[in-house]
Design a protein around this ligand. Structure first.
Ligand code: NAP
Length: 257
């Protein structure tokens, strides 16, 4: 039987406890990768690591805190070897009209969604450089490719993620390391449920009407599933995607083209 394509590769996935991150972790584990699941709460990460098997482990850190992330990366490296794949997935999406977007919300969105990618990449990149090979996949959003009203801080942060992706792809192009962004449209996860709940609370609409408000963006008229995002990540992490770098892959039913 041929070996699984990612056997022997240590993959660090941030925000892996649920939603898109958990789907990515499951998919990469099925491909043979050894996972470190990173997030702020240990219990759900531990539960997923146990589901995946004894080769995998967890690390707790806030992605925006460089000290915590460096410490987590050291623990992960000591337990499972140099990091060869980094999936920057941890993120949060808070909405507010621009006039009501205070400095604190603005900083929070930039910190987790953009600075988190910077901090985790700084921590993992030396391993990839030493190996002269690696994969960095940033989970951005269609909010990196187009604008949406009432989420200006999130949209600005995700556009920043795409800028970081492109700049770093060029810097690392000669070192066998690819850097790409996967840009999901509205995807069926907790983040989305919270957005639907906010629309219901603010407008008094039914849950069905609020959900329709989001699916109308997708030409396929549906939500993206976390596993569909994970499959794009799987492809980008494989050897066959060695020539793909600096790209924004929209997983959005054609919302962006
Ligand atoms: P989710 O279900 O809310 O999961 C977010 C994950 O990130 C959780 O594991 C959470 O765990 C972790 N996290 C949040 N803040 C963190 C921090 N400061 N440090 C470390 N971990 C943190 O969200 P999701 O829908 O799966 O979203 C995953 C990514 O996809 C995000 O970057 C999001 O912007 C992007 N995305 C989502 C959608 C969508 O419609 N769902 C669309 C486009 C893009 P803890 O809270 O326990 O730390």
């Amino acid at each position: 039987m041929p070996a699984l394509p990612l056997v022997g590769r240590h993959a660090l996935v941030t925000g892996a406890s649920r939603g898109i991150g958990a789907a990515i972790a499951r998919t990469l584990a099925q491909q043979g990768a050894t996972l470190t699941l990173l997030g702020r709460s240990a219990a759900p990460l531990q539960a997923l690591a146990e589901e995946l098997g004894p080769a995998h482990g967890v690390a707790t850190a806030d992605v925006a805190d460089a000290e915590q992330v460096q410490a987590a990366a050291s623990v992960a490296r000591a337990a499972r070897g140099p990091i060869r794949i980094l999936v920057n997935n941890a993120g949060q999406a808070e909405s507010a009209p621009f006039a009501k977007t205070g400095a604190e919300l603005w900083q929070r969105m930039l910190a987790v969604n953009l600075t988190g990618c910077f901090v985790c990449t700084q921590a993992a990149l030396p391993d990839m450089r030493a190996a002269r090979g690696g994969r960095i996949v940033n989970i951005a959003s269609t909010a990196a490719q187009r604008g949406y009203a009432y989420v200006s801080a999130y949209v600005a942060a995700k556009h920043g993620v795409l800028g970081l992706t492109r700049a770093l792809a060029l810097e690392l192009a000669g070192e066998g390391i690819t850097v790409n962004a996967v840009c999901p449209g509205y995807t069926e996860t907790e983040i989305l449920q919270q957005s639907v709940a906010r629309v219901v609370a603010k407008t008094g609409r039914s849950v069905e009407a609020a959900r329709a408000e989001f699916t109308r963006f997708n030409p396929q008229g549906r939500f993206v599933q976390p596993e569909e995002v994970a499959d794009a990540v799987r492809w980008l992490c494989g050897d066959g995607a060695a020539a793909i770098t600096g790209q924004a892959i929209s997983v959005s039913g054609g919302e962006v083209m």
